[in-house]
Design a protein around this ligand. Structure first.
Ligand code: MYA
Length: 625
């Protein structure tokens, strides 16, 4: 993995930068805003970005976003019934898994439901739904058949999403109707044999013809969902670009819409997988494929950004999908716990089982809260949701794995049997921690993107402190914030946003955010751009960020439940309280570990080196040495 260019943007700050911040003064916020406006400081409305600066920017999390108008709620409610009926009456997830395919007749019904064009505009035959409504349908897919979900997701969440996001009018006219109504499948072709997480290193190449009318595409892609059935693909390839300023030639990725009918597009047999067997996964080969110039998607040379934007845009859908999967697993576990009698009592009476059921629900609640916070912000027009979306993907995929595993544990031997349907779900779930950006890569992405943002702020402050008279507002605000935090007053106050009965839990969250901001700054000053090499620290920082987001979205959602006096309010408040107690403790541990576990870090490094060098376990066997 390179993640290299990011590192060059993270600042190396001189030791002692912090010494400037030492006194308190009164502030006029207008001065500060003007100074910031007149400066080069990049600001973001993203809640997560700002916690890297130790700041609370509340607009995207408080109050809990609520974007659907009455008619939009009615529309989505009217679709839930038919989607659920499809899964109860038509689809058979076990059969799909056994056959490693979905029957044509079943797919036909999905096409009729409009399930292949959920977010495409109605004028192109789609259902025209927003992200939040899409998420609600994803939940149903997740609760019923993840294999079907991937077939649909690969088609629209990434397969033709690029056309929706970046397509020209002509491209939309040409492709969307087919892709939503005419049983033409789409796929997203990025990954290659030598390029997985390091997406920028792809080797597939497209060379422009001398007359500039088309590109000739050569290369191959692996593990492409829908790769064996798609007739339209979003394909990424290296293209030679000339820097307009320097005249230098450079390879840069370009995105293309490629039709199988162009000729030269073939695919391998369906891959034999651990799970999501119903979905088709195949290698795809491009052999001198002539791609017309008008099929470039976005700008030439901007394909990497196109790919990232598509992935960022679809990721929240996994959160919604897996919230549905968890709901299914919890229902199975509870059904069993309510009926199974052991040692003279229903097993739901036992503390061990109760703890599992509670924990499963806490995770499901947080996952669902994240997914709809993000989708509703996206629907409100937010453009900077990539950290939140990555966090929701990580949190959802790990929570769902845990929840399904615990459901199996509650069912005991029964859970291990095929007929309980949980073993299929567990197999299906495993890939969610791997694809669409592995959770490991996404953790680094979250930590480094946030650090980069915090670094630019620190640099800005550093410059402001060099000339405090000219930057009086900025300097005094910063000093005031730091002094408040250092004498324990806390610069972050959730009171205006959070219901009074959650104040204590909000305070714990605020403490975590302050600690988080201080930690980021300390790491920036200590490591500068070399922080990129400190993956042990970055991972813990990302874990702390994930927990903070989980606390904030649940605090917000249950404050809404209190305000609306929802029938489930007490339960939701309890879920939030439990989550905040657990997550704040974990968060502090993770932040402490970024500085205090250097001994452990060294030993871990030594162990890994030894095992890697020796090609496996390298201890003397205690019996047969
Ligand atoms: S598809 C394959 C998925 N593959 C990946 O996700 C690859 C993972 N790798 C990466 O994401 C990147 O390579 C990383 C960056 C993050 C490692 N958003 O030098 P750089 C910008 C916005 O740091 P690298 C699959 O699995 C960056 O700021 N921008 O890049 C399908 C910089 O910009 P600038 C980003 O070191 C499975 C530039 O790019 C992002 O190479 C099927 C270069 O950055 C970002 N994320 O690595 C699923 N990252 O030039 C089916 C970087 O301006 C769907 N940048 O400074 C299932 C749906 C769910 C179900 C639905 C049911 C309906």
């Amino acid at each position: 993995m390179s993640l290299s260019r990011l590192s060059s943007k993270i600042l190396r700050l001189p030791k002692g930068s912090i010494k400037y911040f030492s006194a308190q003064a009164n502030v006029d916020l207008k001065d500060v805003k003007n100074e910031i406006k007149n400066s080069q400081l990049k600001t973001s409305p993203s809640f997560m970005m700002n916690i890297f600066r130790g700041k609370l920017v509340s607009t995207e999390v408080f109050p809990y976003p609520d974007v659907l108008a009455t008619d939009e709620k009615e529309l989505i409610s009217s679709l839930i019934g038919p989607f659920e009926k499809f899964f109860s009456d038509v689809n058979n997830a076990t059969r799909n898994d056994e056959n490693a395919s979905i029957d044509d007749a079943v797919l036909d019904q999905l096409w009729q439901l409009g399930a292949f064009g959920i977010q495409a505009p109605e004028k192109y035959g789609g259902l025209g739904l927003g992200n939040t409504q899409y998420g609600r349908l994803c939940e149903i897919l997740g609760a019923n058949d993840l294999g079907v979900g991937i077939t649909l997701g690969a088609h629209q969440s990434i397969g033709f999403k690029g056309i929706l996001l970046f397509g020209t009018q002509e491209q939309k006219e040409k492709y969307l109707q087919k892709l939503t109504t005419e049983k033409v499948y789409a796929a997203f072709a990025l990954t290659e044999p030598s390029s997985g997480s390091d997406a920028g290193s792809i080797r597939t190449r497209a060379v422009k013809s001398d007359d500039g009318k088309y590109f000739v595409l050569n290369g191959s892609k692996i593990w492409i969902s829908n790769g064996g059935i798609a007739d339209v693909m979003t394909v990424f390839a290296q293209t030679e670009q000339i820097d307009s300023k320097t005249g230098e030639k450079k390879d840069k990725v370009t995105a293309f819409i490629v039709e199988r009918s162009f000729g030269g597009v073939t695919n391998g047999p369906p891959e034999k997988k651990m799970g999501i067997k119903a979905s088709n996964t195949a290698e795809v080969y491009f052999d001198n494929v002539k791609v017309p110039i008008e099929n470039v998607l976005g700008e030439e040379g901007e394909g990497f950004k196109v790919a990232m934007a598509i992935l960022n845009n679809g990721r929240f859908g996994m959160g919604a999908t897996l919230a549905g999967t968890m709901r299914f697993c919890i229902q199975k576990a509870v059904e069993h716990a309510n009926n199974r009698v052991q040692f003279g009592k229903k097993i739901k009476e036992y503390g061990c089982v109760q703890e599992k059921i509670s924990q499963m629900n806490i995770l499901q609640y947080a996952t669902e809260s994240m997914a709809y916070t993000i989708s509703q912000n996206m629907d409100k027009g937010s453009k900077e949701y990539h950290l939140e979306a990555a966090i929701s993907k990580i949190f959802a995929s790990e929570s769902a794995w845990y929840v399904c595993d615990e459901a199996i544990q509650i069912l005991g031997g029964m859970g291990y049997m095929k007929e309980a349907e949980l073993e299929r779900v567990l197999r299906d779930l495993r890939i969610f921690r791997i694809f669409e950006g592995t959770n490991d890569i996404l953790r680094l992405f979250v930590a480094l993107s946030g650090i980069q943002y915090a670094g630019s702020n620190l640099k800005f402050l550093q410059n402001a402190f060099k000339n405090p008279a000219a930057n009086f507002g900025v300097v005094s605000t910063e000093i005031s914030r730091r002094v408040s935090t250092s004498i324990g007053l806390g610069a972050i106050d959730f009171n205006p946003y959070v219901a009074p009965e959650l104040t204590d839990y909000a305070k714990k969250t605020a403490n975590c955010i302050e600690l988080f901001g201080k930690n980021v700054e300390r790491l920036l000053v200590k490591y500068g751009k070399n922080i990129i090499h400190e993956q042990y620290i970055l991972k813990r920082l990302a874990n702390a960020a994930i927990d903070i987001y989980a606390m904030v979205v649940t605090l917000s959602r249950s404050s809404r439940a209190i305000e609306l006096n929802l029938p489930t309010v007490q339960h939701e408040v309890n879920l939030t309280k439990a989550l905040c107690l657990q997550a704040s403790k974990r968060c502090k541990d993770n932040l402490r570990n970024t500085e205090s576990e250097l001994e452990l870090l060294n030993v871990i490094g030594e162990i890994a080196k030894e095992v890697n060098n020796k090609g496996g376990v390298n201890t003397t066997h205690v019996i047969t040495n």
